[in-house]
Design a binder for this molecule. Sequence first.
Ligand code: GDP
Ligand code: IMO
Ligand code: MG
Length: 423
Amino acid sequence: MAGYVVLGAQWGDEGKGKAIDLLADRADAVVRSQGGNNAGHTVVVNGEKFILHLLPSGVLSEKADCFIGNGVVVDPKVLKKEIETLKVKGGRTNHIYISDRAHVILPYHIEIDGILEEEKGENKIGTTKRGIGPCYMDKYGRIGIRMGDLKDRAHFESKIKLALNEKALRFPNHKFSLELVMSEYDAYISEIKPRIIDTIPVIHKLMREDKLILLEGAQATMLDIDFGTYPYVTSSNPTVGSAMCGSGVNPFFIKKVIGVSKAYVTRVGEGSFPTELFNETGSHIQNIGREFGSTTGRPRRCGWLDMVALKYAVSLNGITDIIITKLDVLSGISEIKVCVAYELNGVQIDYVPALMEEFTSAKAIYQTFTGWNEDISQIREFDKLPVNAQNYMLAVEKMAGSKISMISVGPDRHQNIMREALI
Ligand code: GDP
Ligand code: IMO
Ligand code: MG
């Protein structure tokens, strides 16, 4: 028994939700460790679709307890709604706990997210407008409000008053409402309060008892505040470090780091993307792959697999196993391209440049693979895949330098080709 980290190896929406749901059957606990309801993790069970924004994607499992870890930013209103939806669908909810150290997203964070995007004009990030950045700004500015502060109404109200004074100084042209915050508080507190606990001793006990803990990353490596395509990133570290900093699990407990990658790339929001397709193939992938955001519904930009980025993700996170998703979407495309290096100012490079200006002018250098026509969504064994699909996967595996342990060929829990046991 040990810890298994599941994280995004691209720009998000790789299928982390599906992977966690699949593995959660064997887990004692599933912990979300960073991000907030900017995430949209889809789980499909027997054709029924669940989109989880804050609740860990293991929430549908029969056994695992679910924790929203200290590194997450929590919008309690959204959390309450998500728990209620789960109840209506007949799911159990008595196993959901929230860290008292997790920071709270309040209505003014959401307003400020919008204000900051407007201030940036054409340089906007294209955020999900869920208040994520402003909430993390308060956390790192050491003026944030934490879930533990919600437990006592008077204490919470006094903290909010101070926070609103600070916001009034920073944004003199905007009026933020105390009444709005407090009326929302009254609406969600009864559902949320009993679930707020100090998750650290609980998680440490699970570790001592050698239980199996799944750590669920949100967003992805290329959206990381340090390692991603800054400033077109999110405001947390979706790379492996957060699995520890955001949960209290120590690194020696981690047995595997599972990186999830699509067989191609998608990106939502602004920021460069060297393999982006602006042609019919891009629209075809978007249609067949149903590439529309699980959180905002925005169309996802589509492009070829970028091995420079994927190798970077393998290295940064110590990815031991790769899950490739959506290979089925590439059926019917006669030529499949893979970016094997970038060209920057006439020089070939195999790393992700730190400067946005350089990253934007990096041109993808491609290797081309012959595609296949067959529908592969019912295939469950690697050897039964069309030879060209096998060749494509073997080449990606070799370039990535980490084994592809699972290939997903459809959204449902069971549409997988297992090459090696993940747990
Ligand atoms: P996450 O944010 O990483 O959990 O990913 P999302 O849920 O935002 O987006 C992944 C989308 O692809 C969801 O609609 C999934 O149901 C779907 N999906 C996952 N794996 C596969 C697959 O192998 N094939 C197809 N066609 N869809 C998949
Ligand atoms: P999951 O967990 C894809 C993107 C936004 C925007 C940038 C910053 O479902 O993979 P933010 O609201 O975080 O300040 O927005 O990050 N983004 C995501 N893109 N999947 C996600 O989550 C994302 N979460 C944030 O589109 O470009
Ligand atoms: Mg998503």
